[in-house]
Design a protein around this ligand. Structure first.
Ligand code: ARG
Length: 465
């Protein structure tokens, strides 16, 4: 039997392997709700413009509602012979209402239909991701507020650099996630154009109203060029690009969690909820959730690269290659959602080891910059000279195997005679962080204020929906 949707000019059915490579129903059935919404909008427009009768439109509408409930109830049988979600639904509509079902496809093609469905899907996915990103920001902002004055080592090159606060570190990620949300929102704006009515590639001779379907589906307007409308997948690429950058951030945070919770660092304890034990080493507590978030980044980047490669050689307008856009998008967006939820749980539950953090913050002569700054401020030394003097003092402390703050005043004065005992107060990690009040600096007063600002902003956003 030839395909009843397009088999008119064919003498035989496709080869089994053709069906195998051609069918997308196994994955594109996820677009059923968007497909039905698009079809309803199209059907209403066809009736409003007099292209089909109101009576036919009502029958189609009811049939589509029945199909939606059948699918939702798990009572719908998807058939691979019918290739994709669009033809499965239309075929069922035909069973339900008879040949009137065939009128739904007037002035439309699967090319503009799938582009419409997928834009609607991506738009919903972005809204869900935005909410998850906001949730993670809230968890981080809460921890930042709670630990605005918890001192920890700040690193560059993963070497102890200067003391910072744990709250400040958490807020760094809140900022990153804010940019991530901005990228998704920006992608959503460009995605929100309706391809419906572009038909196969050239538009249609029927007197359709593309503005009407665009509005009914919540789009900002109709895409202006029919060739572009059916061949464009920028909206998926942009979303996967934004997803990749978000994944980078989550992976960096995961990496820090893995390092900090290791025995060598011992700065952080993860909760039982987000760790696992070893089947052989009873003492182990492995940061599996963080490691898996780090690893799933690969799936997100892979999906983005995959789609770039699928699209890069395609002539206008539609090519069947584009059917391969859905799996990478679903893979990446599913992975990212899971990563965000797991990370939010980890962040909410983890406990910084406050005493160990403070001790580590003081190691490695972390307040050497404070000493150099003091020499500049108090003795009016050029910073380069102050840097040199401080370097000599660090070297001296190292020969005695002690921290900079444990040198005696006499030892210090042997290097720079004008140093007074006032210097000892600036060598404490507490005074170091307290002094960093410049805008965006790590001073607890700054961190508390910024954390409070974020908490307020995020709460307002969450309640305003
Ligand atoms: N299943 C197809 C896809 O996902 C629908 C569009 C098919 N168009 C066509 N001309 N064969 O892209």
């Amino acid at each position: 039997m030839t395909n009843k949707m397009w088999g008119g000019r064919f003498a035989s059915a496709p080869a089994g392997i053709m069906e195998e490579i051609n069918a997308s129903i196994d994955f594109d059935k996820r677009l059923f709700a968007q497909d039905i919404a698009g079809s309803k909008a199209h059907c209403e427009m066809l009736a409003d413009t007099g292209i089909i009768s109101r009576e036919d439109a009502d029958a189609i509408h009811q049939g589509l509602d029945t199909i939606a409930s059948e699918i939702e109830a798990g009572k719908f049988t998807f058939s691979r012979a019918l290739e994709d979600v669009h033809m499965n639904i239309e075929s069922r509509l035909n069973e339900l209402i008879g040949s009137t079902a065939g009128k739904l496809h007037t002035a439309r093609s699967r090319n503009d239909q799938v582009a419409t469905d997928f834009r609607l899907y991506i738009r919903d996915a972005i809204d869900q991701l935005d909410a998850l990103l906001g949730g993670l920001q809230s968890a981080l902002a809460d921890r930042a507020h709670e630990h605005a004055a918890t001192i920890m080592p700040g690193f560059t090159h993963l070497q102890t650099a200067q003391p910072v606060t744990f709250g400040h570190h958490c807020l760094a990620y809140v900022e990153m996630l804010a940019r991530d949300r901005g990228r998704f929102i920006d992608a959503r704006k460009r995605a929100n154009e309706s391809p419906l009515g572009a038909a196969a590639l050239a538009g249609t001779s029927f007197p359709i109203d593309r503005g009407m379907t665009a509005k009914a589906l919540g789009f900002d307007g109709a895409a202006a060029n029919s060739l572009d409308a059916v061949s464009d997948r920028d909206f998926v690429l942009e979303t996967l690009s934004a997803a990749s950058i978000t994944a980078v951030h989550l992976s960096r945070l995961s990496e820090e969690i893995v390092i900090w919770s290791s025995a060598g660092f011992n700065l952080l304890t993860l909760s039982d909820k987000f760790t696992t034990g070893s089947s052989i080493m009873p003492q182990k507590r492995n940061p599996d959730a963080a490691e898996l978030v780090r690893a799933k980044t690969g799936a997100v980047f892979g999906a983005f690269t995959q789609l770039l490669i699928v699209m890069k050689g395609l002539p206008l307008a539609y090519s069947k290659d584009m059917q391969e856009d859905k799996v990478p998008a679903f893979t990446a967006l599913d992975a990212l959602s899971l990563m965000l939820v797991a990370m939010t749980g980890m962040v909410a539950d983890m406990e910084p080891n406050v005493a160990a953090m403070r001790k580590a913050a003081a190691a490695g002569h972390s307040t050497a910059t404070d000493l150099a700054d003091w020499l500049v401020r108090t003795l009016d030394m050029p910073f380069r000279d102050a840097h040199h003097v401080t370097g000599e003092l660090v070297a001296l402390a190292e020969t005695q195997s002690i921290g900079l703050s444990r040198l005696t005043l006499e030892d210090m004065q042997a290097v720079e005679p004008r140093i007074t005992d006032e210097v000892f107060s600036i060598l404490s990690v507490q005074n170091s962080v307290k002094s960093r009040k410049s805008y965006g600096g790590t001073a607890p007063s700054n961190v508390r204020k910024q954390a409070r600002g974020w908490i307020k902003r995020l709460e307002k956003e969450a309640t305003s929906g």
